[in-house]
Design a protein around this ligand. Structure first.
Ligand SMILES: *[C@@H]1O[C@H](CO)[C@@H](O)[C@H](O)[C@H]1NC(C)=O
Ligand SMILES: *[C@@H]1O[C@H](CO)[C@@H](O)[C@H](O)[C@H]1NC(C)=O
Length: 241
């Protein structure tokens, strides 16, 4: 479970280094959408429009907070995403539906490749599962603001009630951005993990104290590297580089 998150996010990072080819083909998940027809042609836009360069995704703001609604084959969760590029850190605080607070997963990633995955004690239910922490060290840092560079434009589609431009990157992610405001609305991983952006607060920064991993992350000097993930990311990183 912990490493699944690592897997998803760190893979995007390895993809973001260039728009080149090289992502190994993965068995298509049922939820992957069929490529969109050229909506410009279908809707009869004028020729100037049709011949213009395709739109490109807006780079992520250097700091923002977002609440994400996640649906993974029917299992629902909420993520607080704190993206903080200038400070080289990214935080996913993941709550599964109707679970106790001691099962909230904190996925704290640093740009030096260190990630901490931990839970915190639930002070209201002190007898519940003891808190735990795992760390991992990878070759790549956090997502860069321009990680969507090189994505292929697929056209426009309505999603969640918003008219969106849609891009696909390396059969890995489908990304939907509001045509008018340029805010991300939705993205979908090839695994079927479906993300809906509920809030998008540009410039919001989580206070420094909240970025401190708990002491038990440092007590057991257990620098764990998931060799499967590391090898995979490394391989792609090299191919793209
Ligand atoms: C979650 O996704 C499944 C398909 O995987 C869908 O059937 C279901 O309606 C979705 N649930 C919500 C709350 O969006
Ligand atoms: C990366 O940075 C974090 C936060 O400052 C730190 O806890 C961690 O030890 C660093 N990792 C390495 C490999 O230096």
């Amino acid at each position: 479970m912990l490493m699944l998150w690592l897997w998803t996010w760190r893979l995007i990072m390895s993809l973001s280094s260039s728009g080149g080819c090289g992502f190994p083909h993965v068995a298509a998940a049922a939820a992957v959408p069929v490529p969109l027809a050229s909506s410009a042609a279908a809707e009869g836009e004028d020729e100037d429009e049709a011949e213009a360069d395709p739109p490109i995704p807006r780079p992520w703001p250097h700091q923002f907070h977002s609440i994400l609604f996640v649906n993974f084959t029917g299992s629902l969760s909420l993520i607080d995403l704190w993206y903080d590029w200038p400070n080289g850190r990214n935080f996913n605080i993941i709550r599964d539906q109707l679970q106790d607070s001691d099962s909230i997963l904190y996925d704290l990633e640093w740009n030096n490749g260190t990630s901490f995955f931990y839970t915190l004690p639930d002070h209201h239910h002190p007898s519940s599962t003891p808190p735990s922490c795992r760390s991992a060290q990878l070759d790549v840092g956090i997502l860069r603001p321009n990680w969507l560079d090189g994505a292929s434009y697929l056209g426009q589609r309505h999603v969640d009630g918003f008219l969106c431009n849609v891009w696909e990157k390396l059969d890995f992610i489908w990304y939907y951005e509001d045509v008018v405001t340029k805010r991300p609305v939705h993205w979908l991983f090839y695994t079927g993990r479906s993300i809906h952006v509920m809030t998008f607060e540009v410039g919001a920064v989580l206070e420094d104290a909240k970025w401190q991993a708990p002491v038990y992350c440092f007590e057991e000097v257990e620098e764990e590297t998931d060799t499967r993930v590391s090898t995979y990311v490394h391989k792609n990183w090299k191919m793209l580089g």
